[in-house]
Write a protein that binds this ligand. Structure first.
Ligand code: R2B
Ligand code: URA
Length: 310
């Protein structure tokens, strides 16, 4: 199906740094209610609240995104030690959002539908706020393929369960296919930041985005399973041969939506286990917490470097 009526609605500012929304209906709306954020263009001054945002970091867990903003604030020397950052979306319990200086941290929950809804409203928020030069990064967890647990994967291409760099969605009962391009320069910049830090193994590779954590990722330990250990191994090895280094549940729609709106985007995920060795996540809690800090450490170093060079 062709993407009809999808002429980019970017601002005519002589710069392509602005958010391009592919929806001509928006300009005809008097008010835009960002329902799942509990924010609206008529009740909130979005340009005043968010106009200076340059880095948006998104991740599944609300507490991780709060920990991230606290960490970034201390790394950038913004805010006071021990400061408690308020949740900008406190009027709803769907997502959380925190801001310090030019950094916005937003949770997205688990899976494509959850992150897609959040991204529709986030991209509109950035548009209404007239933000420019924004970079978006997903910091998350994943299952690795043939990697030491705790390794960080910077995604080259987000691929689907057939290893294709595509995101398919049903629109008006028909399949719409969008590409899942990510920013190649951003990948290289992040690789350099990880080399500077030299604190954990980091690789660049493809990330497979699935619709499920259990059967969708070839696990043998779900409530249902209709294949053998050998089938699982064959599938994961085929994924690996296609360049897949890790598996998670949001990268494809994240890449597709950011790219359609002209935003440079990256996906940085830590691997919690090696899926060739097992399915259950059995490392101690403290080890998992330390692993989840790795993408945060890498991305806050990246932000610091970008701000120092600006
Ligand atoms: C990684 O971890 C979550 C599932 O446990 C999911 O949000 C993802 O992409
Ligand atoms: N998140 C996933 O989606 N899969 C894993 O195996 C681990 C974390």
């Amino acid at each position: 199906m062709a993407l009809s009526g999808a002429g980019p609605e970017g601002r005519e500012c002589g710069s392509d740094d602005f958010i391009k929304l592919c929806n001509p209906n928006l300009s005809r709306m008097k008010e835009d209610i960002l329902y799942h954020f509990s924010l609206s263009t008529s009740t909130h001054d979005l340009p005043a609240m968010f106009g200076d945002v340059k880095f948006v970091c998104v991740g599944g867990s609300p507490s991780r995104m709060k920990a991230f903003i606290t960490y970034v604030a201390s790394e950038l020397g913004l805010g006071r030690p021990g400061e408690d950052y308020p949740n900008i979306c406190s009027g709803t319990d769907r997502y959380v959002m925190f801001k310090v200086g030019p950094v916005l941290s937003v949770s997205h929950g688990i899976g494509i539908p959850s992150i897609a809804i959040m991204l529709h409203e986030l991209l509109k928020l950035l548009y209404h706020a007239r933000c420019s030069g924004v970079t978006v990064i997903r910091i998350g967890t994943s299952g690795g393929i043939g990697l030491e647990p705790g390794s960080v994967v910077i995604t080259q291409q987000a691929v689907d369960a057939r290893f294709k760099p595509e995101f398919e969605q049903m629109v008006l009962g028909k399949q719409v296919v969008r590409t899942t391009d990510l920013d190649a320069q951003l990948v290289q910049e992040l690789v350099r930041c990880s080399a500077d830090l030299d604190e954990f193994p980091t690789v660049v590779g493809n990330t497979m985005c699935t619709l499920d954590f259990y059967e969708g990722q070839g696990r043998l330990d779900g409530a249902l399973c209709c294949y053998t250990e050998q089938d699982k191994q064959e599938y994961l090895r085929a994924a690996h041969a296609a360049g897949v280094c890790n598996i998670e549940m949001e990268s494809s729609v994240f890449a597709a939506m950011c790219s359609a709106c002209g935003l440079p985007a990256a996906v940085v995920c830590v691997t919690l286990l090696d899926r060739l060795q097992g399915d259950q996540i059995c490392s101690p809690h403290e080890v998992l917490v330390a692993y989840q800090q790795r993408p945060q450490r890498l991305v806050s170093h990246f932000i610091k470097q970008r701000l120092t060079k600006a």
